[in-house]
Write a new protein. Structure first.
Length: 327
């Protein structure tokens, strides 16, 4: 393939059920306004009974495909970035591909936590360049069903949503990934984790179902580590692209919390007004936040040819990275 790669269509979906801070603050015994002051979140969306991860992913993927106007049988691969699949086995991606009518596409789940979309986007772009065929990337999570309602750290942050991007070959050689950096820091592996249900501690050994819920062992450490990883990865990706912060038209950080996003933007010296944020009304849906926010913004401010977008994320693992993309 001699050309580049374009984002042919974007999509996003969040459930209808809105949960305001007042509900969570009352449950945790927090004073009114505490959550918004600390996180920038006013409300978030949770799935309704009967909804699963695949339902969110299908809705976002369908929107991206419709916006792209692509023949669905032309899509060669579906990458689904999620930490909350419908089942532990089989992967959810084949089901989503089938429901979307992608009859010629392979499909696989990618468990990259909050950095999952960056990983999937980078790998998808390489596949498009190598094979000259479209790839659908969807990031989606149903974190409301992994929250320990007694735990403040996770209860105030997490939400449910999905975002999608359809990548396709472009005749423009300058379109696509200009620079990327993927990172991992396994020495902080236990900062965010779900203790039970894996091969380390199988279901039959669990004392309580609470062991299948998320634990944030040190919120301040997560905050600091995420800022460092996101900033470092973004700086490296910009360097690989040969660009500076002033060359960016949009900055889409993982929507972890508003204070964290502001810190990263300040360290990178990104001009005010270029950072996209949906966290106030949609909370933190892990890997879904970047494509959700980009699609949500593009619905009102369509992407323009030649724009340069910086995306960066960090999360459990620790895993993360950054990507610089020219539209």
């Amino acid at each position: 393939m001699r050309g580049g790669v374009e984002i042919l269509g974007l999509g996003h979906y969040a459930p209808d059920h809105v949960v305001g801070n007042d509900v969570i603050e009352a449950r945790l015994g927090l004073e009114a306004g505490w959550i918004e002051r600390r996180t920038g979140i006013r409300e978030r969306r949770y799935v309704m009974p009967g909804q699963a991860l695949s339902d969110l992913a299908i809705a976002a993927g369908d929107m991206a495909l419709r916006n792209a106007g692509l023949v669905r049988s032309d899509v060669a691969l579906l990458l689904l970035a999620t930490s909350t699949p419908d089942h532990l086995l089989p992967p959810t991606a084949p089901l989503v591909a089938d429901k979307l009518g992608l009859r010629n596409a392979g499909g696989i789940d990618m468990a990259g936590a909050c950095g999952g979309f960056i990983y999937a986007l980078t790998l998808a772009e390489g596949f498009v360049r190598t094979h000259g065929a479209p790839v659908l990337v969807i990031a989606a999570n149903v974190l409301s069903r992994r929250i320990n309602e007694k735990d403040r750290a996770s209860s105030v942050l997490f939400a449910d949503a999905a975002g999608a991007a359809l990548l396709a070959p472009s005749p423009r050689t300058d379109a696509g990934l200009l620079g990327a950096h993927l990172a991992a820091k396994g020495s902080r592996y236990d900062l965010i984790h779900i203790p039970g249900g894996g091969s380390r501690k199988p279901f039959r050994e669990l004392a309580s179902a609470d062991e299948t819920l998320m634990v944030i062992s040190d919120g301040q450490a997560v905050f600091s580590e995420a800022i460092d990883l996101m900033t470092s990865a973004a700086s490296t990706a910009l360097g690989k692209a040969g660009l500076r912060p002033e060359n960016l038209s949009r900055f889409v950080p993982h929507q972890a919390n508003q204070r964290l996003m502001d810190k990263v933007a300040q360290r990178l010296r990104i001009a005010p007004g270029r950072t996209l944020s949906t966290i106030a009304t949609h909370g933190n849906s892990s890997a879904a936040t970047i494509p959700y926010t980009l699609s949500f913004d593009a619905a009102h401010n369509p992407l323009q040819s030649g724009e340069v977008i910086l995306m960066t994320a960090a999360g459990a693992g620790l895993t993360g990275g950054a990507a610089v993309w020219r539209v």
